[in-house]
Each structure stands twice: as C-alpha cells, then as structure tokens.
Design a binder for this molecule. Structure first.
Ligand code: KG4
Ligand code: ZN
Length: 361
C-alpha cells in the first residue's frame, strides 16, 4: 500500500552521511509536514576507541549501512521508490568520504527511478528543521549550534539566509566535546556534560565568557577549553563532585555566551524584521535543556515565540535532509546528477547559488 497523498503533496527521501550518523528518512508535506520514516545508525561505537570521528571508518560504515537503511525506510513509510517525488542527500559541508557515499546512493536511486536529485546543504537542513513543525513562518532568527558551526542567521526564505555572526574559533559543540574529553567524559561531549552537570554547582568554578557584553554577534570558545584544563590542574584531586560542578560550570558558561550574543542579534532582528515572530534554535547543541530554557526566556522577554525541533531532530538526522530537499523541490531547486559534494559549503554560497538560478531562469 502506498501512503502517498493523491491530492498532490510531495514525498521526499533524504540521506544524511556528512559525519558519523548514517540516516535515512521519508518526509511528506500534506496536509502538514509528516515524517513517515526516520532511521539512524549511529557509529559512536565504531569511533569510541579513538576518542573522536575517524573519517575513513565513518565512510566505510556509511557504505555498510546505507542500502539497508534505505530499504527499511521505504518499508516503514510504506512507499515504493517510484512513488517518491525526489531524492535528497546532504552534499556538504562535512567529511568528504561520507558525503560521497550518501550523495552517490541518492544519485543512483534518482537515476534508476528517474526522480529529481536534490543536493542539500547540511546547514540549511538544520536551519529548516524547525519548519517540520507546522506554522513556523519566515523570517525567523536562527541560532545554529552544532559540532562544526556556531552562527546567528536571519532565515528570510528557502535559500535566503543572512549571517549576523559566527564563531571566530571553536564551535559551541566543539567546546562541549573538548571540555568533556578533558573531564574524561567521552564523546559526544554535549550530552555527556549535560548528564554530568546534573546536580552540580555551576558557581564553584569560574570560567570565562569570551566577548560577553561586547557589541556584535560573533562568538569565541577557544579560551574555554584552556580555562577548563587549567581549572582541572589547579583544583588538585578531582572526584565525581568536582566533575559535576565543573560540568555545570562549562554548560552555564557556554549557555551564557550563546545567550549574550543571541540577545544582540535579537535586538537587530526586531529592528530590521518587525514581521519576524520566532527565535529558532537548531543543531546538536540545541538539544541541550538548559540552553533551550535560557533561549525560551530570552524570546519571551522580547515578545517572540521560541521554537526548537525535538532533540532527536536537533542532532543530525535524515528527516531534516528530506525536509530541506522537499522545500527546495517545491521551488524547483533541483540538481543535476553531476552536482559535486562540497566539504566546505557556507550557507552564504547557498544564497549565491539560488540567486544564480533565479537569474538564469
Ligand atoms: O548537529 P550535530 O548532530 O552534528 C553536526 O552537524 O556537527 O551536532 C553535534 C554536536 C556535538 O558537538 C555534540 O556534543 C553536541 O552537538 N550536542 C550537545 C547535546 N547533544 C549533542 N551539546 C550540548 N547538549 C546536548 N544535549
Ligand atoms: Zn549537523
């Protein structure tokens, strides 16, 4: 049985392989965004012995799992390939081996089934994930916080992003991951620190909040790991209570910095986009409960709604790739089978590509 809506909604299969998750999803859009299948194979166990993601191991693991996940996603969505409207894959930014595996799988399916292929920017997929909840309209202010990126962006439309600020050094997720490593908490560091911080006293150890109180919307996190390292050395014997307190201090320092810069961006956003109604958070770090609470408070005090996808749609997943593919397909923004993968692909150049297509059409 096919679930595809006869009234003409779109259904897209999305593949995510840009880092260490192999993920495949099927998403439709009628009457509302609907995730019909969303499968993920985490490679955590494969990378754990190395304390971080090993690109070659990641690429090989993607290759091992991708076909099975595609088959299972189609089964779960109760749809056959011929009834899909498009096939999307994360084509960048990310680790090149994984990107090649995912995009080649998507291109192969698109070619065999004669369906459009959509090369999705992974950052755009995070940016649009909030729109999987009905009623999130452009423009909105986005705090995009992941393992590789920390940015404040105005999302004015699909392919229409304006960066207000970004990290000058480490991403927020990297700050969590590096601090967790120093504390011996394992990878990924964000969830580990969130767990360890439970019940800890965030005021016992003083950590820096780089750029806090300064104008602008840029971030800096590299000083934090140096301070964490020094704190551990200075504190002497370090047992579970100290770990909890330092984890809480790290979480609070990162949240404070993110909130301070977001407040500046929000002031600017409200002046320049008075029609904007929402502050949106996305990316793996947006799964953090303390950060979500702080952002919700900031949004409320500015008369805006705070929207963040459920935690499992903040971290890397296939549904956000399928959804971004669907949003682009709706606008006719599809790609040729010769479209390259792009290990570096800032959202700004996605803007440029859309502008180029618009000029050409
Ligand atoms: O978006 P994502 O899954 O992958 C990238 O595109 O980078 O983000 C992964 C990052 C990692 O740095 C991880 O430690 C962080 O998100 N993260 C969290 C939490 N869950 C994941 N950081 C803080 N709190 C969390 N609950
Ligand atoms: Zn991501």
């Amino acid at each position: 049985m096919n679930r595809r809506d006869p009234l003409g909604g779109l259904t897209v299969l999305g593949i995510e392989t840009s880092c260490d998750e192999t993920a495949v999803a099927v998403v439709g859009d009628r009457p509302h965004p609907l995730i019909q299948a969303n499968l993920i194979h985490s490679q955590l166990a494969e990378h754990a012995p190395y304390g971080g993601v090993v690109p070659e191991i990641a690429a090989r693991a993607h290759l091992d799992h991708i076909d099975g996940l595609v088959r299972r996603a189609l089964d779960e969505a109760e749809i056959t390939i011929d009834r899909l409207d498009g096939i999307a894959a994360a084509a960048g930014p990310g680790l090149i081996g994984g990107l090649i595996v995912g995009s080649m799988a998507a291109k192969g399916l698109a070619w065999a089934a004669r369906k459009p292929y959509i090369a999705v920017n992974h950052l755009e997929a995070h940016a649009l994930a909030a729109r999987l909840s009905p009623g999130i309209e452009f423009p909105y202010l986005l705090l995009l916080v992941s393992g590789g990126h920390t940015q404040l962006l105005v999302c004015a439309g699909v392919g229409n992003y304006r960066q207000l600020g970004a990290s000058r050094d480490d991403a927020a997720g990297e700050a969590f991951d590096k601090s967790a490593k120093l504390l011996g908490l394992g990878y990924p560091g964000g969830p580990a620190i969130e767990r360890a911080a439970h019940g800890g006293n965030p005021r016992r150890f003083a950590l820096p909040r780089p750029l806090k109180g300064r104008s602008g919307c840029d971030f800096s996190f590299s000083g934090l790991k140096t301070a964490v390292r020094q704190t551990i050395i200075d504190a002497g014997p370090f047992g579970p209570p100290q770990v909890a307190d330092l984890a809480a201090a790290i979480e609070l320092a990162i949240c404070d910095t993110l909130i301070d810069r977001t407040a500046n961006a929000l002031a600017w956003f409200r002046r320049h986009y008075p029609a904007g109604r929402s502050l949106v958070a996305a990316g793996g770090v947006a799964a953090n409960r303390r950060l979500r609470e702080h952002l919700a408070g900031l949004a409320a005090s500015n008369g805006l709604a705070f929207v963040a996808p459920p935690p499992e749609l903040c971290t890397d997943n296939g549904a956000m790739i399928a959804w971004a593919g669907l949003e682009r397909l709706r606008l006719g923004l599809v790609d040729g089978l010769d479209a390259p993968v792009r290990p570096r692909w800032p959202l700004d150049s996605a803007v440029a590509a859309v502008a180029e297509k618009a000029r050409a059409s």
